[in-house]
Design a protein around this ligand. Sequence first.
Ligand code: PLP
Length: 448
Amino acid sequence: MTTLFSPVETPFRKIVTPIPVPESLPILERMRRYEPLSMTGLPAVIWDRAEGIQVYDAYGNMWLDWTAGVLVANAGHAHPVIVNAIIEQANHGLLFNFIYPSDIRIRLAEQLVELAPPPLKKAFLLTTGAEATENAIKISRTWGQKVGGRKKHVIITFEGAFHGRTLGAQMAGGIPSLKSWIGTETPGFIQVPFPDRFICSDLSFRVFEESLKSQGVEADDVCAVMIESYHGRLVSFAPEEYIHDLRQWCTQYNALLVFDEVQASFGRTGKWFAFQHYSVEADLVCCGKGITSSLPLSVVLGRADLMDLFEPGSMSSTHTGNPICVAACLANIDVLKRENLITHAADMEPILFTVLNQIADEHADIIGMVDGRGLVAGLRMVKPGTKQPDPDIAQKIVHSAVARGLLILDPAYPATIKIHPPLCITTEAIKDGAIALSEAISIAFQAS
Ligand code: PLP
């Protein structure tokens, strides 16, 4: 998608070329030739470097980043403490020790368990978010068989949910178009409506129970309910009462409650873990992305009895607890604490939502809802005056914003514009970004 070029210069944004940059076209053509088509689609910003809340290309353009990569750079891009920790660990002598014990890995497991609320007592380090959710699925089914036999294998997830792109994670996901490649039905994975106040306006827990009944699911056959702590594609939190009822239901039917925090934890919502907003206990929690603000690392945190279900030697992954990723994670935790970034995310919430609500008031017929918490927000784009998602306008807005120097990810399915800057963003940068977003909406609306 090409957008009209007009130069931009503010303290946080500088655009001096059309996007895509004409000089960069050969790189984009090589990308198209050597990488899968599926990797294209995002605005063609060729990142050269990133620092704090800014992203730079090699052609003189600078963006204000409202993506944190893809909810990764919570501490800010290239934080010097994290960079130095990575360099020091590499200088120590590049070490690949598989799952032989290492002091640094065990130190991290200990710190993660200390951060996590009870009864989460053990940590299994992995590499990607999907690996963590797959592992939670495996633990849930194994535990179900142990306590209820083979019948107790059903995993409940939510419509529109995303848990990763590997087979088990996609079976658990709630976006039908992402699952069509599987080619068969996915027995044992059942989706129920997410109480988001917009598509699903009945917020009572009855909807959950009725949905199971209408799909012929026996409660006793359920081994786990896996829920994103906030619905990632809608940026929606379930009502606290609903989650309390869900916790009670899981306890009553001996089903595990699993929170997928891959994008929600490490301060994003103003708490270390987003499920802490609900004041309930979790049986398993999956984290990734913002856990290092940089390198690939994920973790499953869980009750000791669940994490100890498998025999010695039967839970491993080649890069589990790679020392360099672990060093990045320890440094990230240190930065989040020392710079009070989690409190800062909570403090920025009213500022972010004030400007977003103003924008929503100005464009009331195409912004159906503003939702979120801390430093994650979603604008639901709708066809004028309806609740019907409008992916086209959402896409145009994202591309126009990028041309105005504001980096936003492609809209989340079906048409949510997601906002999730690094947690070190300032009031001035939020206000500057809001100006760009408002301009982008007006440009996109006129062009549609
Ligand atoms: N779970 C959630 C809620 C996610 O948002 C994602 C990624 O976007 C994943 C799981 C998968 O993580 P990864 O891409 O690291 O495999």
